[in-house]
Write a protein that binds this ligand. Structure first.
Ligand code: DQA
Length: 147
């Protein structure tokens, strides 16, 4: 059983990118946190990052029938991508939208999310721990659905 963790543009720079906002943990640290959390719950993690909108859409297509759930930090594409919204709308498994920062306390253009309407849950402002919470939530949902 696999939980997909998808990351959008500029998150590859985590740790050095605006650390006053995003902190000093790297994306490798976030991946490690997701893997360790999933491992204790009996899940594998398929962890990906891309700077390209179409690649993000392709990943959703590739995993839409196999993943037990999706954690997605679409970064800037959260606020712009109808294509990602439409791709996620085809996914039967639960989707948790994650943001490191509290996007609602930031610029107006970050208040709108094209992911949220097709998400089961939204976590914003918890830093990397938000990914851990999302993995735990998806694992619990998948475990309760299994017979
Ligand atoms: C982000 C918030 C987005 O508004 C921004 O474009 C990002 C990161 C976050 O994790 O806080 O790149 O998704």
């Amino acid at each position: 059983r696999t939980i997909a963790v998808l990351n959008g543009p500029n998150l590859n720079l985590l740790g050095t990118r605006e650390p006053h906002l995003y902190g000093t943990a790297t994306l490798a640290d976030v991946e490690d946190l997701c893997r360790r959390t999933a491992d204790t719950l009996g899940f594998d993690v398929d962890f990906r990052q891309t700077n390209h909108e179409g690649t993000l859409v392709d990943s959703v297509h590739e995993l839409r029938c196999s993943a037990s759930g999706f954690v997605i930090n679409a970064a800037a594409y959260t606020h712009t991508s109808v294509a990602l919204h439409d791709a996620l709308a085809t996914v039967a498994a639960p989707v948790v939208e994650v943001h490191l920062t509290n996007v609602h306390a930031r610029e107006e253009f970050r208040h709108r999310s094209f992911v949220a309407p097709v998400a089961t849950a939204v976590i914003a402002g918890c830093g990397p721990a938000g990914y851990e919470f999302a993995v735990r939530h998806l694992a619990a949902l998948a475990t309760h659905t299994d017979t």
